[in-house]
Design a protein around this ligand. Structure first.
Ligand SMILES: *[C@@H]1O[C@H](CO)[C@@H](O)[C@H](O)[C@H]1NC(C)=O
Ligand SMILES: *[C@@H]1O[C@H](CO)[C@@H](O)[C@H](O)[C@H]1NC(C)=O
Length: 439
C-alpha cells in the first residue's frame, strides 16, 4: 500500500460511521452473497398492519368508558414494542401478537393479538390470553403486569416476559409465563427470585428461549431462556430444567455513553441502556453455539458460548466472572435495537442510520464489508423495536417480521396521530439475502 492510500484509508476510517455507512448506498460489497444486487431505495416493504395509534378492543363499551374515566386507558399513552407470529401446524390462519408495555399508566393491556376488525386508528387488538389477565394493573401477580417482548418457539409455545413493574414501581416479581398456543393454556410460570433482579432498577424487556430438543424428535423440555434487563445492565439466564436463574453483569453488558444519543430521522433521545438484543446461533451448523447480544446504547456486537453461559458455577465471581470467554465480534458505528438469526446463520438488525435492515453472515468477520444493508426505508423502518424470524410450516420458508414504532417521536413528544406511526411488516428471508429487498 502506498503512503497516499494509507492516508486515504485512515481518513475514511476516521470519518466513519457517517461516510462508511453512506457508502453502503453506493457501493455494496459483492463478497457476502453471490446473488446480491443492491435493492432500489425506498422499495415498499410489505406492510401487514399499520396504525395511527394502537386501537384497543374492550369486553364491553361500558368497560371502555370506565377505564377512560379512571385513567387506566389513556389513548395517548401506549406504544407497541414487539411482534411475534404463530402459524398453527395444521394450516390454520396465522395469529399475530403485539405487546404494549406499561411505560406509564393508561395502558389497558400489554399483550394482545391483532384482529381483522378495522377501526379509526387501525386494526383492533384484543387482550391475550384474556382481558382479566391484565385488568388488575399490578394488583394481581397471577396475571400479567407489563409485557415488553415475547418469544414463540418451534413447539408452539409463547414465552412471555413480564417485567412486573409500572413506571418503575415493582408491583410483582418479574416472571416468565409460557402459554401453549394450540390451547391458549398457561403451561409454565417462573417468578424471578430477588437474587436475579434489582427492584426499582431492573426492567426486563426481552426474552429468547433456546429449545435444545426441538421437534420433530425432541420433547421441547430442555430449555434455557435468556432475559435482557437493560436498566440494571444485565442478562439473566433461566435454566428451565434446573428451575434456577443467575445474573450476568460485567463490562460487556454495559452501555457505551458515547452512543447515549439515539437519533432517528433527525430526532434524538437519550438512553443509557444495557442488553437488549438476544439470539442464539442455530443448532445444526456444526459450530460451538453462542448467545449473540448487544446493548441498545452500544456499537459492539458480542458473543458468549452457551456452554459457559449455561453453567451457573462460571458466574459466581460477579463482575470478573468468565470475562475471557466473551467475544467482541465487531463494531457497527451506530445503534440497532433487537436482532434475529435465521436457521442458516444470518443475522438481521434494524439500524438507526441509515434507516434499514442490515444483514450479516455469522461465519464472517463482523465488519463494514460483511454487515450489509438489505432493505432501506427511511419512512417505514423508523426504529425497528420488534424483530422475529418465523418459519412458515407450509413450505418451510423463513419470514422476517418487524414492528417499527418511531420511538424518537414518542420521546420528543412530536407524534402526530393523523399519520401512520406503527407498522408490522413481513419480509422473505431468502429474498432479503438474495438482494431482492423486501417484497
Ligand atoms: C384514535 O387515536 C386518537 C389519538 O390518541 C384518540 O384520540 C382517539 O380516541 C382514537 N380513536 C379510537 C376509536 O380509539
Ligand atoms: C460447570 O463449570 C465448572 C467450572 O467452572 C465445572 O467444574 C463443572 O464441571 C461444570 N458443570 C457442568 C455441568 O458442565
Amino acid at each position: 500500500m502506498t503512503r497516499k492510500m494509507l492516508i486515504l484509508a485512515l481518513a475514511v476510517w476516521i470519518a466513519c460511521p457517517s461516510l462508511c455507512l453512506a457508502q453502503y448506498h453506493i457501493n455494496p460489497p459483492k463478497t457476502l452473497f453471490p446473488d446480491f444486487r443492491f435493492p432500489s431505495d425506498h422499495k415498499d416493504t410489505p406492510i401487514v398492519f399499520e396504525w395511527r395509534n394502537l386501537q384497543y378492543g374492550f369486553p364491553s363499551e361500558q368497560e371502555r368508558e370506565q377505564v377512560l374515566r379512571n385513567g387506566r386507558y389513556n389513548p395517548d399513552s401506549p406504544i407497541p414494542i414487539d411482534i411475534d407470529v404463530y402459524y398453527p401446524p395444521n394450516g390454520g390462519a396465522p395469529r399475530h401478537f403485539v405487546t404494549s408495555p406499561r411505560f406509564g399508566q393508561g395502558v389497558p393491556f400489554s399483550l394482545a393479538y391483532v384482529t381483522n376488525v378495522q377501526r379509526e386508528n387501525g386494526s383492533e387488538i384484543q387482550a391475550y390470553p384474556s382481558y382479566q389477565w391484565h385488568s388488575s394493573h399490578g394488583a394481581n401477580c397471577d396475571g400479567l403486569t407489563s409485557v415488553y417482548r415475547v418469544h414463540i418457539d418451534a413447539c408452539g409455545q409463547m414465552w412471555v416476559l413480564d417485567s412486573g413493574e409500572i413506571e418503575f414501581v415493582q408491583h410483582c416479581a418479574p416472571q416468565v409465563v409460557v402459554f401453549d398456543l394450540a390451547t391458549d393454556q398457561l403451561i409454565h410460570r417462573y417468578r424471578l427470585p430477588e437474587t436475579s433482579y434489582k427492584a426499582k432498577v431492573s426492567r426486563f424487556v426481552n426474552i429468547f428461549a433456546d429449545i435444545r430438543d426441538p421437534p420433530p424428535s425432541g420433547q421441547c423440555k430442555d430449555v434455557f431462556a435468556y432475559l435482557a434487563d437493560p436498566t440494571s445492565k444485565a442478562i439473566v439466564v433461566y435454566d428451565v430444567v434446573g428451575q434456577s436463574s443467575w445474573r450476568i453483569e460485567n463490562k460487556f453488558t454495559y452501555p457505551d455513553a458515547r452512543f447515549g444519543t439515539h437519533t432517528v430521522a433527525g430526532e434524538s433521545f437519550e438512553l443509557l441502556d444495557g442488553p437488549l438484543a438476544l439470539a442464539v446461533t442455530p443448532l445444526g451448523l456444526g459450530l460451538r453455539r453462542h448467545l449473540i447480544f448487544h446493548a441498545l446504547t452500544n456499537e459492539l456486537e458480542l458473543a458468549i458460548p452457551l456452554d459457559v453461559l449455561n453453567n451457573a458455577t462460571n458466574w459466581q465471581k460477579g463482575f470478573s466472572s468468565s470475562l475471557s470467554d466473551f467475544i467482541t465480534l465487531g463494531k457497527r458505528g451506530i445503534q440497532c435495537a433487537t436482532h434475529a438469526i435465521s436457521r442458516r446463520g444470518f443475522w438481521f438488525c434494524g439500524f438507526l442510520e441509515p434507516i434499514g435492515i442490515f444483514g450479516w453472515d455469522i461465519r464472517r468477520p463482523y465488519n463494514r464489508e460483511n454487515v450489509q444493508p438489505l432493505a432501506l426505508n427511511p419512512v417505514t423502518l423508523q426504529f425497528v423495536s420488534g424483530m422475529k424470524i418465523v418459519r412458515r410450516p407450509a413450505d418451510g420458508q423463513e419470514e422476517l417480521w418487524l414492528l417499527s414504532d418511531r420511538l424518537q417521536k414518542i420521546f420528543a413528544g412530536t407524534i402526530d396521530y393523523r399519520e401512520i406511526n406503527y407498522r408490522v411488516m413481513r419480509c422473505d428471508v431468502d429474498g432479503l439475502l438474495q438482494g431482492r429487498g423486501c417484497f
